[in-house]
Write a protein that binds this ligand. Sequence first.
Ligand code: 5GP
Length: 248
Amino acid sequence: MTTEIRERAGKSKDIIKKDGKTFFEFTNRTTAFDGVKKDEFAHKGEICCKLSAYWFEIMESEGIPTHFRAFVPPNTMEVKHLEIIPVEVICRNFVAGSLLRRHESGDAVPAGIEPRLGAKILDPIVEFTTKFEAVDRPIDHEEIMKNGWLRREELDSIAECTRKVNNIMKRRLSDKGIILADFKIEFGKNSAGEILLADELGTPDGCRFWDLDSYENGEIVSLDKDVYRYDKGDLSDVYQRIYQRICE
Ligand code: 5GP
């Protein structure tokens, strides 16, 4: 008899260990604002899993190492076992979300950036936040190194990899009439100490996608979890539509 060990990986995924293999199961659980808002939506797990598999395969083909091994339909992927690095990496091409909220509560925005929803950021920003604290907070390079989480050269290589991922996703999405406003990614280390792209990738849970035509006409139309965060529509419908626009 094989035993299966299941534990939570973040708010919407489960990790399953079975027969010496590691699997990520994408569930229909949805949370926002650090767990203050919680719901379940049909087919969400399946859509995020298929999109992640789609993007991980693209990254591998572009020479970016990832934890992805195989898509296991309908909502699971086999992944390489990694030790997760306890920071999240955010890349921003446009002003939105917590960048704007931080500004509204008194923080300065980085030089050259207009603090307005939808303003374009000419030189994309890469930021780090904590992962395992009750509320994610921005963390600077010095604190990450002081905690012994990453060395200087590892931080630099993660930032460079994040910019590459950004360029690859941005270009492909733009061909489909979609703006990649910002996104979050995570990394882990394998037993040889190599850093691999981990978690999920290019899903409407972890990215802000905006419709390009609407943006050019002066309106921001969200095709991502902001429809749930700000009650702007039905999450299952929006996720189905973004999946079709990206993958079909
Ligand atoms: P913000 O910091 O503006 O709230 O989020 C920046 C980007 O990171 C957005 O695309 C958002 O969806 C993503 N993001 C932030 N926190 C999380 C998180 O805990 N999980 C996921 N999947 N994405 C996140």
